[in-house]
Design a protein around this ligand. Structure first.
Ligand code: PEP
Ligand code: MG
Length: 590
């Protein structure tokens, strides 16, 4: 029966495909398709894993027997029997085979998919004893996965994206329909992992519009809905699903009429993209002759390709934290970072790259570590995040600074510091930049000049702009956090997302005064939060005097189209009326 689930629209477009439900704890499992002649190899990997786990359990049973401790451990013994039984269970083995043979999933993906199918059945059981067997099944699968991790697939790693930017796996002839991923939650690092994957769209139960998970989804330029509450429970493995990323709606098991309607919308979207692509080489100049700088936000050096493809005139924000996340505590060293920054700089072919120092914390944890005991009352968004963490870890920070300064020998780099609020933080940061340069000089290692910039994303910073202008060459307004901290709304919490208001008068005052003060002093100012890529905000930002916007490459052409239709003189007068309005949102459509 068809039904809809509502969430928050975070990445535009329509995706139609079959649902793949992924449990949060299993998102790091590799997801890729195997070719027909590789199917047997994958089945063999599963057989070996199962055999290895059976033998492992057999050894434990044997040692229990030898110790004569079987009687002393009747529960353990019974548990091992249950595990052995589950391993032989036909629903598991046949189900997994089905995903490999019929859908060409790799072995790990097939195993976790079937686990989800059976786990649901356990959840629905009345008998609490049987319900609890779900945990045993999960353990058995975990053991098999662990074994398979030690024996890498000889088949394939995830394949690189096809030239048109979509995953070529979607066009694998053995695969007839696109797949959409449904999960309770995905961390930004998980999301990044799916960047080169087979999925045509995403739905998560949790998350706000400017959560970092949503930001990465947007950078992938595929339809996504977050904050869809119980979607991962309501949708079943393999259900047909339509994701409407413009409206924030997920249609499950759609009727033929709905499928046709959304198919039409999907094709319309493709036509619109093609039309916009013609603007790539058109300079972003308003009707009254104002030249507007359109820059790209990137997460990985390789994103430089899509930045150039979209006609960006530089990178306005390289979120370097994605190099640091999901590595089980092993941070990238100076050399690894230097190579990454150099690749970004060279990838931009002489255009400037703004590298932001690491901003982990809040909804961007270094690893998927659970909250430590006794710390669940803390609010990570107000804790050791961004520059605060960097200053608390000077060795790590110095190695990042050295890597950036070394990369600056290969092209124009702007060094951007996140989340500053205090004069003392500014002075400490700049002292460390000097120290990093001295260290490189002492080593005789080449480095280049950098322009220094600060993110304005805490109200305290926005209210002390003269201090920042004394120390920095340019400012970049991080509206995602500026809104979060001004309105006291957790940007990752869908429960309060209706209060997350980019045009709240307080936010607009901070934005307007920051832009005005920078312009008055002839200093560069840009917006690199999600607001910059939202076409509904372009006129207002131009009217407030903004001339530099940084956004996901996929948003650049639509914003450029809007800019080409604007007259900043007229918009300046209108923006002043929005600024003093009690309800600015009501004037936005004027
Ligand atoms: C912001 O806060 O607006 C910003 C660009 O930084 P991030 O989204 O990475 O916090
Ligand atoms: Mg921020």
């Amino acid at each position: 029966m068809s039904f809809t689930v509502h969430g928050l629209a975070v990445s535009r477009g329509i995706a139609i495909g079959r649902a793949v439900i992924v449990a949060s704890s299993r998102v790091d499992v590799a997801h890729y398709f195997v070719k027909t002649d590789q199917v047997e190899t994958e089945i063999e990997r599963l057989r070996s894993a199962r055999k290895a786990v059976v033998e492992e359990i057999g050894r434990v049973q044997h040692s229990l027997g030898e110790l004569g401790s079987n009687d002393a451990h009747p529960e353990l013994s019974a548990l091992l029997d249950v595990h052995l039984m589950l391993l032989q269970d036909e629903q598991l083995t046949n189900g997994v085979k089905h995903w490999i043979v019929d859908r060409h999933y790799n072995a790990e993906w097939a195993l976790t998919t079937q686990l989800e199918v059976i786990a649901r059945q356990f959840d629905e059981m009345e008998d609490p004893y049987l319900r609890e067997r779900k945990a045993d099944l999960e353990q058995v699968v975990e053991r098999m996965l662990r074994f398979m991790r030690g024996v890498a697939s000889p088949v394939a790693a995830p394949r690189p994206a096809a030239p048109d930017g979509k995953s070529d796996a979607l066009f694998d002839p053995s695969v007839e329909v696109p797949l959409v991923l449904i999960a309770h939650d995905l961390s930004p690092a998980d999301m990044l992992q799916f960047k080169q994957s087979v999925f045509a769209g995403f739905v998560t139960d949790v998350g706000g519009k400017t959560s970092h998970t949503a930001i990465v989804a947007r950078s992938m330029d595929i339809p996504a809905v977050v904050g869809a509450r119980s979607a991962s429970h309501l949708i079943n493995q393999d259900d047909w699903v339509i994701i409407d990323g413009d409206a924030g709606v997920v249609v499950v098991d759609p009727s033929a009429i709905l499928l046709a309607e959304y198919g039409f919308k999907q094709r319309q979207g493709e036509v619109e993209r093609e039309r916009l692509s013609r603007l790539k080489n058109t300079p972003a100049i308003t009707l009254d002759g104002q030249k507007i700088e359109l820059l790209a936000n990137i997460e990985q050096p390789e994103d430089a390709v899509s930045a150039l493809k979209a006609g960006a005139v530089g990178v306005g924000l390289f979120r370097t934290e994605f190099l640091f996340m999901g590595r089980n505590g092993k941070l990238p060293d100076e050399e690894e970072q230097y190579q990454a920054y150099r690749r970004a700089v060279e990838g931009m072919q002489g255009l400037p790259v703004t590298i932001r120092t690491v901003d982990v914390g809040a909804d961007k944890p270094l690893d998927r570590t659970p909250v430590r005991a006794g710390e669940d009352h803390l609010n990570p968004a107000l804790g050791l995040r961004a520059i605060r963490w960097s200053l608390a870890e000077p060795t790590m920070f110095l190695s990042q600074l050295r890597a950036i300064l070394r990369a600056a020998a290969h092209g124009a780099i702007n060094l951007l510091i996140p989340m500053l609020a205090h004069a003392s933080e500014i002075r400490q940061t700049l002292a460390l930049v000097d120290r990093a340069r001295e260290q490189l000089d002492a080593r005789g290692q080449a480095c280049g000049p950098v322009r220094l910039g600060a993110m304005i994303e805490v109200p305290a910073a926005a209210l002390t702009i003269p201090l920042f202008l004394r120390y920095f060459d340019f400012l970049s307004i991080g509206t995602n956090d500026l809104i979060q901290y001004t309105l006291a709304i957790d940007r990752a919490d869908e429960a309060v997302s209706h209060l997350y208001d980019p045009v709240h008068p307080a936010v607009l005052q901070l934005l307007a005064s920051t832009i005005a003060q920078c312009r008055a002093q002839g200093k560069g100012v840009s917006v690199c939060g999600e607001m910059a890529g939202d076409v509904a905000m372009t006129r207002l930002l131009l009217g407030l005097g903004l001339r530099s916007f940084s956004m996901h490459p996929s948003q650049i052409l639509a914003v450029k189209q809007q800019i080409l239709r604007c007259d900043t003189v007229k918009l300046a007068t209108w923006a002043q009326s929005v600024l003093v309005a009690e309800d600015p949102a009501a004037l936005m459509a004027d």
